[in-house]
Design a protein around this ligand. Structure first.
Ligand SMILES: O=C(O)[C@@H](COP(=O)(O)O)OP(=O)(O)O
Length: 450
């Protein structure tokens, strides 16, 4: 007869507990489950970051300067959140639908996150590529409304064509961004006169006419070498491995990029929604994707090559023309694109790191973060103040925050206008786009997408 004592039962229970743990728990633990998806994507979506991640809702009186009044304002605004380009839409409607199937069949995601994938479907068609979306219109509307709150005392209440100049590039997204901004600024009833939008605007989108930049930089594979190197780094391999495991099939770097972009656009489109594609990332892997974006834009639109930002002299010549000519409109607002904002940022020496951005410097702290500096709706504007002592002072606002102008005295956010002008004298005097951009071997090989 077998008598079971406590000393027999306890080890038995321990073995049983271990077996159920090893058989059951790892299955659950093996399923990827992200707790805080909004936290993971916040300000990490590169140039597809929605403006709400970087906006400054504080409209208290930062815009007043003692003893001075606002003389002129000149600013560049990137359009608001838009739809993706055709190639990303193609991925959404093709590759991602296939990956969705893999995830539902073999994916290692926890139950409630799989449910989001069950409901997902591509929402846009090729015909809607790059159009401004509702969120994008709202971003610009809110920007206009906050502009009114900050500068209301210095701005005429009603639109006056002699006082205001609003201009957009020849794209739907820039046009509707301008229209939404002016609505936020004046209310709904003003009839704004917009000048004819130019296909090649030498001020608003100067680089589109710069053949030398296009061929030597933008279309040159060498400009993408740091991004490519980072693409084969151990960090990126880890991202691919993690995503492949979570999806249940091997994914290529291109597919990972399409997933990141879809996560970014779907996040930007609607604050209330969570894109299931974002759930595949953890903090480290999204930071890796973000760095890849930073490398790309650093080398094609930023500090990588001098010609890239030298061309922006064309926009800043317009600023000086406007500020130095009493007859020109007091308030100038240009609605444009990522490429203009980034090149202008580099022209001004803003967010410049000591070392060029490279694949191997991933772990270094950096200033160049396109998620922060070039989100949808990004804005860069200068305010010129006339002061009672006869001097003029200039202030720069980036993303609605007073920002120190590189080259101006360190101890203050305001800069004497003459001092500021001297920083740029040579570059403005030598600003000749025709000479700067002429290249013997035209035309460009790639089709120019608007
Ligand atoms: O049109 C796009 O795909 C990107 C790049 O345009 P460029 O920098 O080439 O003008 O800019 P976005 O319109 O998103 O600001």
């Amino acid at each position: 007869m077998l008598y079971l004592t406590v000393s027999h039962i306890v080890p038995f229970l321990v073995v049983l507990a271990y077996l159920s743990y090893s058989l059951l728990v790892p299955v659950a633990a093996d399923r990827w489950c992200v707790d805080n998806p909004k936290d993971i994507t916040f300000r990490r979506l590169g140039t597809k970051t929605p403006y709400r991640h970087v906006q400054n809702k504080d409209v208290r009186n930062i815009a007043t300067v003692d003893g001075c009044t606002v003389g002129k304002i000149w600013g560049l605004f990137r359009h608001g959140t838009r739809n993706p380009s055709k190639s990303i839409i193609d991925h959404m409607r093709g590759t991602l639908v296939e990956l969705q199937r893999d995830i539902l069949e073999n994916g290692r995601l926890c139950r409630n996150q799989l449910e989001l994938f069950e409901r997902w479907k591509p929402r846009i068609t090729i015909a809607e590529a790059k159009l401004l979306v509702r969120e994008g219109g709202d971003e610009l509307y809110q920007l206009g409304a906050r502009f009114r709150k900050r500068f209301g005392q210095s701005l005429p209440t009603h639109y006056d064509a002699d006082e205001f100049r609003f201009k957009f590039t020849k794209t739907e997204r820039a046009e509707y961004s301008a229209r939404n901004f002016t609505r936020g600024l004046f209310g709904r009833n003003e009839q704004i006169q917009y000048p004819e939008a130019l296909r090649r605007d030498p001020v608003l989108r100067f680089y589109k006419g710069c053949e030398k930049w296009k061929r030597q930089i933008k279309e040159n594979p060498y400009s993408y070498r740091e991004m490519d190197r980072f693409g084969s780094s151990k960090e990126m391999k880890t991202v691919i491995e993690k995503l492949s495991k979570r999806i249940g099939t091997f994914v290529s770097p291109e597919e990972v990029h399409a997933i990141y972009q879809t996560c970014a656009f779907e996040t930007a489109w609607d604050e209330r929604e969570i894109s299931p594609w974002c759930l595949l990332f953890d903090k480290e892997s999204i930071a890796t994707m973000e760095y890849s974006e930073d490398l790309k834009y650093y080398w094609i639109d930023g500090y990588g090559y001098a010609l890239t930002y030298q061309q922006a002299c064309s926009a800043f010549s317009d600023l000086f023309l406007s500020f130095n000519n009493a007859a020109s409109p007091r308030f100038t607002f240009y609605f444009t694109h990522s490429g203009t904002l980034l090149k202008s940022i580099a022209f001004l020496n803003l967010y410049k790191d000591n070392e060029p951005l490279s694949a191997q410097h991933y772990r270094y702290k950096r200033k160049w973060r396109v998620s922060h500096i070039d989100a949808f709706g990004s804005n860069l504007y200068f305010v010129l103040y006339n002061c009672s002592n006869g001097t003029q002072t200039i202030a720069l606002y980036h993303q609605e925050r007073l920002t120190h102008i590189p080259g101006c005295p360190e101890d203050t956010l305001l800069c004497n206008y003459d001092y500021f002008g001297q920083l740029y004298t040579d570059r403005i005097a030598q600003c000749d786009l025709t000479t700067m951009c002429s290249e013997p071997h035209v035309p460009s090989l790639q089709k120019d997408e608007l």
